[in-house]
Design a protein around this ligand. Structure first.
Ligand SMILES: [Zn+2]
Length: 335
């Protein structure tokens, strides 16, 4: 594998970036977990190794939940974690815009005040970073224990929207389409995880039934050329996490990852880290892997970074300013 030159590393450092697919529980900084529960978490998990592969989603989820349950016991902990995550992303990865979700299942398990958690995460954003907070709801996550705060959340200004989480399964539960439609009517943005473990038919289902225009992952849409064409035409964007896909065995390796094909088909794709506390990845690792394995040059890397701002929930003038800054940087670098 060719190591990109110093120039490319400098370019990546200067490139304004986004994280639009980041689970707050999965972004828990290791040092905070160790400080809170060091007796059980003295060294990072084996899953941080580059060649590590999870046997299945259940194993991944078990590892993640074990860490999350040990740490996220109060809204203050969410605030502490979020502040550290945002600071690190801004200072080390030049990230200027973040969409992050917290899990409604965690709220239920730890008996937390969901609104206080949403607020704690939002309040942790540095002044020079835009943060949008989503509530993640599992396919089986709308029931007596969660319904009250999920319904109430549609009115909370702290919450930007909802995101369908967890093991993909269909037919979709009947509550989802109704809740997603009502969320949009209440001014919330709606997303869904799809096309990670289930194929293109599930991606089409969440587009048709939930009415989402942003898919978390969506990578298995490549198995259906017509669907890819439709996504490109209709502006259905995908928040892709290549290293997560590889470690979870969605594709055998980075070389087989279909992000380049999706971009060539005209689908707006962004790049994010998903759950870095289990994968051990930084955002720059994702960009570097695209440069090293898929020969992405400055133009392609700039395109991916710009896509993050194209999908961002920002006023058009702010979005445009970021995209223009990226275009200028790419031109300077090419000169
Ligand atoms: Zn995810």
């Amino acid at each position: 594998m060719e190591i990109p030159g110093q120039d490319l590393t400098c370019f990546l450092g200067a490139l304004p970036k986004t994280e639009t697919h980041l689970h707050m529980e999965g972004a828990l900084p290791w040092e905070l977990l160790r400080a809170a529960a060091g007796d059980r978490f003295s060294s990072p998990p084996a899953s941080w190794a580059a060649d590590y592969r999870f046997s299945d989603f259940a194993q991944f989820e078990t590892e993640l939940l074990e860490m999350a349950f040990a740490y996220f016991v109060s809204p203050e902990r969410y605030h502490e974690a979020a502040a550290a995550v945002f600071r690190k992303l801004r200072d080390e990865e030049n990230v200027r815009y973040v969409e992050t979700s917290f899990a409604s299942g965690m709220i239920e398990y730890a008996k937390l005040d969901a609104r206080a958690v949403a607020q704690a995460i939002r309040d942790a954003a540095p002044g020079d970073m835009e943060v949008r907070v989503f509530m993640g709801i599992h396919h089986n996550g709308y029931h007596n224990g969660t319904r009250g705060f999920i319904e109430a959340s549609l009115e909370w200004p702290e919450l930007a929207g909802v995101d369908l989480h967890g093991t993909e399964s269909f037919p979709l539960e009947p509550w989802t389409a109704d809740l997603w439609a009502r969320a949009r009517a209440a001014g919330k943005y709606t997303k869904a995880h799809a096309g990670e473990f289930c194929g293109p038919e599930f991606v089409a289902r969440v587009i048709d039934e939930l009415g989402v225009t942003r898919i978390q992952h969506g990578v298995r849409a490549v198995e259906d050329t017509a669907l890819l064409g439709r996504m490109a035409r209709d502006g259905i964007a995908c928040d892709v996490c290549p290293l997560s896909n590889v470690k979870l065995g969605v594709f055998p390796g980075m070389a087989e990852h279909p992000l380049p094909r999706m971009l060539r088909a005209g689908v707006v794709c962004t790049v994010s880290t998903d759950d870095p506390v289990t994968f051990g990845n930084r955002l720059s690792d994702e960009y570097l892997a695209l440069a090293q394995v898929h020969r992405f040059g400055p133009a392609e890397l700039a395109e991916v970074a710009a896509n993050g701002f194209r999908v961002a929930l920002l006023p058009e003038s702010r979005r445009r300013a970021f995209v223009d800054e990226i275009t200028r940087l790419a031109e300077e670098f090419a000169a």
